[in-house]
Design a protein around this ligand. Structure first.
Ligand SMILES: O=C(O)CCC(=O)C(=O)O
Ligand SMILES: [Fe+2]
Length: 176
């Protein structure tokens, strides 16, 4: 996957290293429909979570805001741009990059008056027993201690209690 190759290079790793660590991937496409709700704060869209796979590519209908990302304790709106995809780093890339790339906590909320549609393409391990660990070149004893032990994708999935995760920062999923 081209994106993982560029990310690998940006970390100073060899071009295919992230792909090798993450392993062979499969893709699942999910369509989300959020009906309008006069009191959006009273309804659940998709609760706070991180995506457990490697990378998610999100398309959202450009007219309706609904995706928020948690950054330094604040929920930041992700404004959809016509024709653009939003790329969400998943837990596996956070592990492989030893925490340099962050798998952001995000949520989707309902709109008071408009329908919202989004489509997500999740890329994640084909083999559930694939072991993912931080790239050796990103770990050293002084400045960059190992943040994650080698973890099988299936164990991470169980720890996350399903396809959505809150296990990266020790919080539990309230989703699903
Ligand atoms: O609908 C959205 O904008 C986000 C959906 C999402 O985060 C997900 O399905 O994992
Ligand atoms: Fe998500």
């Amino acid at each position: 996957m081209k994106m993982l190759r560029r990310m690998s290079q940006s970390l100073g790793l060899c071009v295919t290293q992230l792909e090798e660590i993450v392993g062979e991937m499969q893709q699942t496409i999910l369509m989300n429909h959020y009906p309008p709700c006069p009191q959006p704060e009273m309804a659940a869209g998709i609760d706070d979570h991180t995506d457990i796979g490697a990378i998610s590519c999100l398309w959202q209908y450009h007219d309706v805001i609904g995706l928020y990302v948690l950054q330094e304790g604040e929920w930041i709106r992700v404004t959809p741009l016509p024709g653009a995809l939003t790329i969400i780093v998943g837990d596996q890339v956070q592990i492989a990059s030893n925490g340099i790339y962050k798998s952001p906590i995000h949520r989707a909320v309902l709109n008071a008056t408009k329908h919202r549609v989004s489509m997500v393409s999740f890329y994640y391990q084909l083999k559930p027993e694939q072991v993912v660990a931080p790239a050796e070149g990103l770990v050293d004893d002084q400045l960059h201690p190992r943040l994650y032990q080698p973890t099988r994708f299936c164990d991470h999935e169980i720890a996350s209690k399903g396809p959505y995760s809150m296990s990266m920062d020790g919080r539990e999923s309230s989703h699903g």
